[in-house]
Design a protein around this ligand. Structure first.
Ligand code: PLP
Length: 464
């Protein structure tokens, strides 16, 4: 299978190259040239499979011949064996036809583990085959960093450097990163904010001379392999509630549009999904585009659901590419304009987006109220991101005879503040993290100075 760029200029690549490349050389994002599709009968035949077996069926066509079946199977098995629930992605019933899909049983308690646990293994495998090394550099405001570090800590051909804003991530999130003492893992606490971290990563990708021959790789959701791994749980959830013979609806707490884009792909691949709800917090660019054709950046607001605090949803470009008939020139032009000013989609394209997605947004107060109300009604504790998903699901649910599944993207213990604000007791850390607050930490505090950061990286990378 070949992958092409949403901006139409970069060369088409195989899976293994897309895996290591991240962003395309024309500034676009890679997508499959052609999606695999599955018949209803084939999907129905997967009903008895384990999560890992199902993942192999869904992922195999995307990886194609780049990795041997036996190796791919082994990596998928290892990935999901590391989750703390036998169902990997269990469903919990909140009410009649109302479900949450718990995606927080991985090592860092957020859905990002589904993709990053596999990504680290896939990258390591391809690098070993090629006899190459790669340097992962990423910025995090919390969840991505810990999941990426957990995903790469055992990789022999990768060093990973994660920048977080010093004193501006929660203690659980910081400790999930800094207590990983593997010798290929480096945490940098930058004396700056998240934007400073991100800018530094961006500038380093643009000029990699400081690495003296080594190359940088990306683990953010522009990496295609992350989207790929996330398609699987839409299939597993649908099968669990009676699909594919019965349609299902999903509501997805959304930031960068990676997770819900995987749901859109599942639908294109043949899974009967009747509704996809984009749930945002006050950083609502996606809700504004979908409901009012207003694609403008707005101001960044810090909310109680920090993993959805974004001004621009980078994966939305992948959807626009489809909606614009896969015209890379048109996307290139649109994204260039969007860099400078607010844009509108032309009306026929916008109608298409509206046919595909519903949307709703919730502020902090609504988030806390939803946590409190759902707990009072059902005894089930939602994390703030998931609460926004449940709220949006209830607002947008068109046909109550269709199961509505909200993706529970994080464990509530990661975000105690809104839980306490909702008047509830903050939950306990799960067993495998019970001593997190006693573990040794390793972190380098550095000035907000790119030369200092690059010098630190250059002097700590491993070279063969
Ligand atoms: C990353 C994240 C999201 C947003 O996912 P996107 O793929 O960026 O839309 C939502 N909730 C949690 C807990 C996250 O960590």
């Amino acid at each position: 299978m070949k992958y092409i760029s949403t901006r139409g200029q970069a060369p088409a690549l195989e899976f293994a190259d897309v895996l290591l490349a991240g962003l395309a050389s024309d500034g676009g994002l890679y997508v499959p040239e052609q999606l695999p599709t599955f018949s209803q009968e084939e999907i129905a035949s997967w009903a008895g499979l384990s999560y890992a077996e199902l993942a192999f069926k869904v992922i195999k066509p995307f990886v194609d011949t780049c990795i041997d079946d036996a190796d791919l199977k082994r990596m998928i098995d290892e990935t999901y064996a590391g989750f703390n629930h036998s169902a990997v992605a269990p469903l919990k019933e909140l009410g009649t036809n109302e479900w949450v899909l718990e995606l927080f049983h991985g090592p860092t308690l957020a859905f990002k583990d589904f993709a990053l646990q596999l990504l680290g293994r896939l990258m390591d495998h391809v690098l070993a085959q090629r006899g190459e090394r790669l340097v992962i550099m990423g910025a995090t405001s919390g969840d991505t960093g810990s999941a990426a570090i957990e995903g790469c800590r055992h990789s022999e051909h990768l060093d990973i450097f994660i920048l977080h804003p010093h004193n501006r991530v929660s203690e659980v999130q910081r400790r999930q990163m800094t207590t990983i003492l593997a010798d290929n893992v480096f945490n940098i606490a930058l004396e700056g904010n998240f934007d400073d971290c991100q800018q530094m990563v961006k500038d380093s990708f643009a000029d990699q001379a400081f690495l003296k021959g080594l190359k940088l790789g990306a683990v953010n959701s522009i990496n295609w392999a992350r989207i790929m791994a996330q398609i699987v749980y839409y299939f597993s959830a649908a099968l669990a509630v009676g699909g594919p013979h019965r349609p299902v609806a999903f509501s997805v707490p959304t930031g960068n549009f990676g997770d819900i884009f995987a749901g859109y792909l599942a639908k294109q691949m043949g899974l009967p999904i009747s509704q996809l709800v984009v749930a945002t917090n006050r950083n609502d660019i996606l809700h504004r585009v979908i409901s009012g054709n207003d694609m403008s950046k707005g101001e960044l607001v810090h909310t109680l659901s920090p993993s959805m605090d974004i001004m621009v949803s980078s994966n939305f470009e992948r959807l626009l590419f489809d909606v614009y008939g896969r015209d890379g020139g048109a996307i290139s032009e649109l994204m260039d304009r969007f860099k400078k000013e607010p844009v509108q989609l032309d009306s026929a394209r916008w109608e298409k987006v509206r046919e595909l997605f519903d949307s709703a947004c919730a502020d902090d107060e609504t988030t806390c109220n939803t946590i409190a109300q759902v707990y009072a009604d059902t005894g089930y504790l939602l994390d703030p991101h998931t609460a926004i998903g449940v709220k949006a699901a209830r607002e947008c649910w068109r046909d109550k005879s269709v199961p509505m599944i909200t993706l529970a993207t994080a464990h509530p213990v990661k975000f105690p503040e809104p839980v306490v604000k909702a008047g509830l007791e903050s939950p306990q850390l799960p067993e495998h993290l019970h001593d997190l607050f006693e573990r040794e930490e390793r972190v380098e505090v550095l000035d907000n100075d790119i030369a200092a950061v690059q010098a630190f990286i250059a002097s700590h990378v491993h070279r063969d």
